[in-house]
Design a protein around this ligand. Structure first.
Ligand SMILES: NC(=O)c1ccc[n+]([C@@H]2O[C@H](COP(=O)([O-])OP(=O)(O)OC[C@H]3O[C@@H](n4cnc5c(N)ncnc54)[C@H](OP(=O)(O)O)[C@@H]3O)[C@@H](O)[C@H]2O)c1
Length: 430
């Protein structure tokens, strides 16, 4: 069988990994596909740069050299960024080439357009590496769990913030120090907003929720809160109370519709996601037939991410061999109601600084009671100058009611400061 020729768009971290895997595992891959898979051309920005893996592929800087080459059947986009990556992928699909990408930004924003182009041109469009790096999650949702109604996805899908929260928990480092260390180690960008602000996780959960619930969910549908307000005190109180703080990406489908959000949460230490540490990612999925499943591994890095990109290339190559391309494309069949975070319910952790004088507790309990917020526990933690720090855990309550109660509290003269308000991701507090 003659070789299946492919092109890479980009030879940075992930592209280099793809070059290495296709070279190191060439024999295995040829057996699985039934033909050799050969990289014919690689598009880069700077052709003079020294690359970290040897390759016989022609290095090019003009996308037309790839688009106009009829021998190239598969284009793997590992350049990153929205533009020109999206335009190049669209042009490749229109030229009848199959496309594989690791690019969550483009999939989350332009997925529909790319799927439509793939469908119109009978080509494959696969994007396993766009969420969870090396962890299989797109294919499991689209194929292995296809028989299920998925009711919930809950994931730790951003390695940078998980590394930071793990360090804060294990080494009692504060937020600013741990961010500086993550930047020095290359885990966090010099502008860390996409990670610490929760936006990277939001793009990923929008992609996962769209597949899981069969409806298009965009970044605008995701309620996003990051970890920038998490203080070392919150981490320590969480530990004392039997929780770990994690940045969770959550998508739930129930009788009210779909709710999708990213926020830090108190997670009981007994929950399988609570022990996912450092840069590791994990995604917990509940289906009506399968029950609970969890996917765990490295969410980024050269070889883990390239493992997922190369698996997509192998899948497409098999489809080409058997002339069955375009089998599994867009699965967003329905329009579904997406309900706002204000209608979601959970128990809450609240940290307050209040005046140290009689009657304060009763006034605070009254403010909560007026918004139907029942308190499970109130713990007086320590003195901070002339104030007392209180930690409160509520029973299950709506986000709307907790916000109303907090607004009242902020206007009370006995409340000097609201330290933090964090959801507890548990059905109920025991
Ligand atoms: N790195 C990870 O661990 C990871 C994990 C999951 C997903 N991803 C995704 O994988 C993709 C690639 O990430 P990466 O870390 O490998 O990126 P990277 O190291 O920055 O590499 C980007 C590559 O694309 C080339 N490139 C960029 N813009 C170009 C343009 N306009 N024209 C031609 N070539 C261009 C660069 O060329 P030069 O080499 O000449 O500069 C470089 O080879 C991104 O979508 C990212 O979100 C990465």
């Amino acid at each position: 069988m003659s070789a299946i020729n492919i092109a890479l768009l980009g030879m940075g971290t992930v592209g280099t990994g793809v070059v290495k895997i296709l070279a190191n595992n060439a024999h295995n891959i040829e057996q699985k596909v039934g033909a050799p898979v050969v990289i014919k051309k690689i598009l880069v920005r700077n052709p003079g740069k020294v690359r970290n893996a040897p390759t016989d592929a022609k290095i090019v800087t003009d996308i037309d050299e790839i688009l106009n080459d009829p021998d190239i059947k598969i284009v793997a986009e590992v350049m990153g960024g929205e533009m020109p990556s999206k335009d190049y992928m669209l042009a490749a699909l229109k030229a009848g080439k199959h496309v594989v990408t690791a690019n969550k930004d483009v999939v989350a924003k332009y997925g529909r357009e790319l799927f439509e182009a793939a469908e119109a041109n009978h080509t494959d469009f696969l994007f396993e590496a766009s969420v969870g790096g090396g962890i299989p999650i797109i294919r499991p949702l689209k194929q292995c769990l296809a028989a299920n109604q998925i009711t919930e996805i809950m994931g730790i899908v951003n390695g940078t913030t998980n590394y930071m929260l793990t360090k804060m928990t294990n080494e009692k480092m504060d937020y600013a120090d741990v961010l500086a260390e993550a930047q020095a180690k290359g885990y966090a960008e010099s502008d860390p907003t996409a990670d610490v602000g929760g936006f990277d996780a939001a793009r990923k959960i929008a992609i996962l929720a769209s597949i899981a619930f069969g409806a298009r969910i965009t970044l605008d549908d995701v309620n996003v809160e990051g970890i920038t307000n998490i203080a070392i005190e919150d981490i320590e109180y969480a530990r004392e109370l039997g929780f770990n703080i994690k940045l969770l990406a959550i998508a739930k489908q129930d009788d009210c519709g779909i709710n999708v959000r990213v926020h830090p949460a108190f997670l009981p230490t007994s929950h399988p996601l609570a022990s996912v540490n450092d840069v590791f990612n994990a995604i917990f999925v509940k289906g009506d037939a399968v029950g609970e499943t969890m996917f765990y591994g490295r969410g980024a890095g050269e070889l883990p991410t390239a493992s997922a990109v190369t698996a997509d290339i192998i899948d497409v190559a098999r489809d080409i061999r058997h002339n069955v391309s375009s089998r599994i494309l867009c699965t967003c069949f329905d329009h579904k109601h997406i309900y706002p975070v204000s209608k979601t319910e959970s128990p809450y952790y609240i940290r307050l600084l209040v005046e140290d004088k009689p009657g304060v507790l009763a006034a605070i309990a009254g403010a909560f009671g007026a918004q139907q917020v029942s308190l499970h526990s109130v713990i007086q933690k320590r003195k901070v100058e002339r104030s007392t720090e209180l930690v409160l855990i509520t029973y299950r309550v709506s986000d709307e009611n907790i916000r109303l109660a907090m607004n009242t509290l902020l206007g009370m003269s006995v409340v000097s400061k609201v330290g933090n308000v964090i959801r507890v991701e548990a059905e109920q507090i025991s």
